[in-house]
Write a protein that binds this ligand. Structure first.
Ligand SMILES: *[C@@H]1O[C@H](CO)[C@@H](O)[C@H](O)[C@H]1NC(C)=O
Ligand SMILES: *[C@@H]1O[C@H](CO)[C@@H](O)[C@H](O)[C@H]1NC(C)=O
Ligand SMILES: *[C@@H]1O[C@H](CO)[C@@H](O)[C@H](O)[C@H]1NC(C)=O
Ligand SMILES: *[C@@H]1O[C@H](CO)[C@@H](O)[C@H](O)[C@H]1NC(C)=O
Length: 218
């Protein structure tokens, strides 16, 4: 029955005709360094570790934002899940209870980015994936082991930070600095479409300090 030619033809037609929502070519985990972020934005607290800004599925030639998807964001109810998520993906601009209750940051990131990988990850899986990817690397300790240590007023060249992250993750990152003061504020780590291996970030942003070519890691 299932192998009848008609069924096959119908199946193929259905597949070809249905628009593929939530398909992407690579996945970027965007981490932020709270100390630098909080130098430009008022924060309620400043954790001494990288935190998640977002998990962004994208195509190499187009940015994917606000994709059509089956599921909209729904507040996460499970307390353990909320705690796990808050630990890694806090909204630094609001208090913990407010962040967990209203979940504005998580809603914004899911609706803008999470829906663009809905083909492979439902809402719950998207947040689980973000946490798992964050935990794959202890970037803070690894950078420290390579002599890149925050909070000492030291400056590092963009090349040194770029090549050190490549050593740690196996892929060149996407780097952002705060405007003017040139502090390292975000590190994007890119994964292939299976979200298995780290790849070099396609057309990465970089920090362009004037003069010395050095940036701060506050
Ligand atoms: C993104 O890439 C995937 C895989 O190549 C493709 O199926 C999808 O249509 C692309 N989305 C957009 C908006 O170009
Ligand atoms: C920082 O985050 C990483 C990855 O989530 C984790 O392995 C590490 O234990 C954290 N370090 C501290 C000091 O909390
Ligand atoms: C690199 O990261 C910044 C945020 O830190 C983001 O605005 C930019 O779109 C990213 N670039 C790419 C190509 O993903
Ligand atoms: C990191 O180095 C690679 C190889 O030289 C280069 O292609 C890439 O643009 C650099 N990335 C940043 C963020 O400076």
């Amino acid at each position: 029955m299932l192998n009848s030619p008609l069924t096959s033809v119908l199946f193929v037609l259905l597949f070809v005709l249905s628009p593929i929502y939530g398909a992407f070519e690579y996945m970027q985990l965007v981490l932020q360094w709270p100390t630098a972020f909080c130098h430009t934005t008022p924060c309620k607290r400043i954790p001494n570790n990288f935190t998640i800004h977002g998990l962004w599925p994208d195509n190499v030639s187009t940015t994917l934002n606000y994709c059509a998807a089956k599921e909209n964001f729904k507040n996460i109810e499970d307390d353990t899940k909320k705690d796990d998520l808050y630990k890694r993906w806090p909204d630094l601009t609001t208090a913990e209870t407010y962040c967990k209750q209203h979940q504005n940051f998580w809603r914004h990131e899911y609706n803008k980015h999470g829906k663009c990988c809905s083909e492979s990850y439902n809402r719950e899986q998207y947040f689980d994936l973000a946490m798992a990817l964050k935990d794959k690397f202890d970037l803070l300790s690894s950078l420290r082991n390579h002599g890149i240590i925050p909070g000492r007023g030291m400056k590092y060249t963009v090349q040194k930070i770029n090549s050190t992250i490549k050593k740690i993750t196996q892929g060149y990152p996407n780097l952002s600095c705060t405007k003017g003061i040139m502090e390292l504020v975000e590190i994007g780590i890119c994964f292939d479409s299976m979200v298995k291996n780290v790849i070099n970030c396609p057309h990465p942003k970089t920090c362009k300090p004037t003069g010395s070519n050095e940036i701060k890691f506050p």
